[in-house]
Ligand binder design. Structure first.
Ligand code: ATP
Ligand code: MG
Length: 199
């Protein structure tokens, strides 16, 4: 074996033992709270990717969409026939145009009721609360209510929260936080949102 190959072999051996140690140490088994936040693109698509992953094993999944100026959603179209998936969409609700506090709050309450049902159901393996961060930001939902539902959820249930500016308390509770960083976004160069890519 050349000197270079030998160095490589040793480095890989060290790496493997470190990874093995970490794998052995990660032995706690429970559902998790994941937060996908930040200004970059990819939060909702990452959530739907995980939904697909869970459905792929036959788990039951609930998706709650809290903000729908953008109603169309390719992933929902593709997956809605899977009877293991339930999607709840905020009704009239929030659009950037209406900004009617009273009707928005009402619509938010209604869809939150669906979310609390899912968050109390041990049969639901994964719950996605898509764009819920805005409901907290605008005061349509209060953090204490959300925190209580999350804390009391079934131990095997995983929850994904998406949206920009995730509330500090949500981040404090989270097991995994991924911040999508906007390095560049096509929209800012005048490119329109693209069907099947952006929604
Ligand atoms: P996606 O749904 O593509 O995963 P996202 O959930 O991270 O995006 P949102 O803030 O929910 O982003 O934005 C929803 C819409 O805005 C999507 O069409 C998305 O492609 C687009 N978008 C995401 N990030 C940006 C950005 N930094 N600037 C402009 N538009 C964006
Ligand atoms: Mg999103």
């Amino acid at each position: 074996m050349s000197e270079r190959d030998e160095r490589h072999r040793k480095a890989m051996q060290t790496l493997k033992s470190r990874v093995d140690e970490k794998v052995a140490a990660a032995d706690e088994r429970r559902g998790q709270l994941l937060v996908f936040t930040g200004n970059g693109k990819g939060k909702t698509t990452a959530a739907w990717g995980t939904v697909t992953r869970a459905l792929g094993y036959g788990y039951r999944v609930g998706v709650v969409q809290f903000i729908k100026g953008q109603w169309e959603c390719g992933e929902r179209n593709r997956l809605e026939d899977d009877h293991h998936l339930e999607v709840a969409i905020m009704a009239t609700g929030f659009t950037w145009e209406t900004q009617n506090r009273e009707s928005d709050t009402q619509a938010c309450r209604e869809v939150w009721a669906e979310a609390t049902r899912m968050l109390a159901d041990p049969e639901v393996y994964l719950v996605v609360l898509d764009e819920i961060t805005y409901m907290l930001k605008f005061g349509y939902l209060d953090i204490a209510t959300v925190r209580q539902a999350l804390e009391n959820r079934p131990v095997e249930q995983t929850v994904i929260v998406t949206g920009r500016n995730a509330h500090r308390e949500l981040q404090a509770m989270a097991d995994t936080i991924t911040e999508m960083t906007e390095v560049r976004h096509a929209f800012n160069a005048g490119l329109e949102a693209r069907r099947g890519i952006d929604y």
